[in-house]
Design a protein around this ligand. Structure first.
Ligand SMILES: Nc1ncnc2c1ncn2[C@@H]1O[C@H](COP(=O)(O)OP(=O)(O)OP(=O)(O)O)[C@@H](O)[C@H]1O
Ligand code: SF4
Ligand SMILES: [Mg+2]
Length: 283
C-alpha cells in the first residue's frame, strides 16, 4: 500500500469534522472520496501529507487561485517544484515538456505568462503541470463545490486520468459527484458528517448502493451535472456543522429509514462482501 489512513480524527475544540476515518491507497491506485459540502473530505485529504511524510504527494485544487502565485510567471512557479540540480536549459526543456503534456498549445507563451494572462482552463492545466513537476507518487485532485464549468472540469479530470496512466502515479479524487467516479476510480469512500459511511469497489457501490446516503447521492447524479451545490434530489436537508453532529447515526434526521435505534446508537462499520457500511438497515 502507498498509504494507509488509520482511525483518522480531526478536532477543533468541540467540533470533530473528521471521525474514525480508515482507508488506504494502493500504489498506482485510483481512490475517491465522495460526499456533500462540509462532510470532511478536504480536511481528510489535507492531513495526508503530514501523516505520511515519506509519500511524495501533489495537490490539485480545481480552483487555480488556491495554487498559483499571481505575481510569478507560470514557468518560474513550475521551476520551483522541479528536482534540484538541473541546468537552466534542462529546467526550461522540462517545463515546456510538462506544459505540452498538459495539452497547453503554446508552452513557451504559457511559461512566460502570469496566471492572470491565461484562461481558467489554461490555469488549471498549468496547475496540473506544476503538480506533476514534483513527480508525485500520489496526486490528490480536490474539487470544490463552487459552480464551475462542467466541461472544463471533465477536461481536467480526463487529463489527470491520462497523465496517471502514463506516469503510474496514484490518484485520490475528491468530489461531491458520485457520477464522476464511474470508470475513473477503483475504490470509493462515501463520507457523511466526518465518517466514511460506505466504502467498496466502485462498480459494486454504484450497482448496489447499500447506505441510504449513498443511494441519495446516486439518485442526485444527473442533477449534480448542473449546479455543483444543488440539494440532493431524494434527501431533504443539509449537512449539519461539525459541532452539532446528530446523536446515534449522524444521518438519521435526513434518513427515510431511520428508527428509534438509529437516533440512539451509532452504527459501527459492518462488512458486506468487499464493502463496508455504517448502517443498521438490513442487519
Ligand atoms: N480550521 C477549521 N476550524 C473549524 N472547522 C473547520 C476548519 N476547517 C474546516 N472546518 C469545518 O469542517 C467541516 C469539513 O470541512 P471540509 O473542508 O473538510 O469539507 P468538504 O467535505 O471538503 O466540503 P466541500 O465539498 O465544501 O469542500 C466543515 O464544516 C468546515 O466548516
Ligand atoms: S443507521 Fe438508520 S438512520 Fe442511519 S442510515 Fe441506516 S437506517 Fe438510516
Ligand atoms: Mg472540500
Amino acid at each position: 500500500m502507498l498509504l494507509v489512513v488509520n482511525h483518522l480524527r480531526i478536532a477543533f475544540g468541540d467540533a470533530v469534522p473528521v471521525r474514525d476515518v480508515c482507508f488506504s491507497v494502493p500504489e498506482h491506485g485510483k481512490v475517491a472520496i465522495v460526499g456533500e459540502s462540509g462532510c470532511g473530505k478536504s480536511l481528510t485529504a489535507l492531513s495526508l501529507q503530514k501523516d505520511h511524510p515519506d509519500v511524495k504527494m501533489a495537490y490539485v485544487f480545481q480552483n487555480p487561485g488556491e495554487s498559483l502565485n499571481p505575481v510569478m510567471r507560470v514557468g518560474g512557479q513550475i521551476a520551483e517544484v522541479l528536482p534540484k540540480g538541473l541546468s537552466k536549459a534542462e529546467a526550461r526543456a522540462r517545463i515546456l515538456d510538462l506544459l505540452a503534456r498538459c495539452k497547453l498549445d503554446d508552452p513557451a507563451r504559457v511559461a512566460d505568462s502570469y496566471p492572470c494572462e491565461l484562461s481558467g482552463g489554461q490555469q488549471q492545466r498549468a496547475m496540473i503541470a506544476m503538480a506533476l513537476a514534483a513527480e508525485p507518487q500520489l496526486l490528490v485532485a480536490d474539487e470544490p463545490t463552487t459552480a464551475l464549468d462542467v466541461t472544463t472540469q471533465r477536461g481536467v479530470l480526463e487529463l489527470v486520468d491520462g497523465l496517471a496512466a502514463e506516469s503510474g502515479m496514484a490518484v485520490l479524487l475528491i468530489t461531491h459527484n458520485l457520477g464522476l467516479v464511474a470508470g475513473r476510480s477503483d475504490w470509493v469512500n462515501v463520507m457523511y458528517a466526518g465518517e466514511i459511511v460506505e466504502a467498496g469497489p466502485v462498480a459494486e457501490v454504484l450497482a448496489h448502493p447499500r447506505h441510504p446516503y449513498t443511494q441519495g447521492l446516486l439518485a442526485a447524479v444527473p442533477a449534480l451535472d448542473a449546479p455543483m451545490d444543488a440539494p440532493l434530489a431524494d434527501i431533504p436537508g443539509t449537512v449539519p456543522p461539525p459541532n452539532a453532529w446528530p446523536s446515534g447515526c449522524a444521518f438519521h434526521p435526513r434518513c427515510p429509514h431511520a428508527t428509534d435505534r438509529c437516533r440512539r446508537e451509532a452504527p459501527p462499520p459492518r462488512a458486506i462482501g468487499a464493502c463496508t457500511i455504517r448502517c443498521f438497515q438490513g442487519e
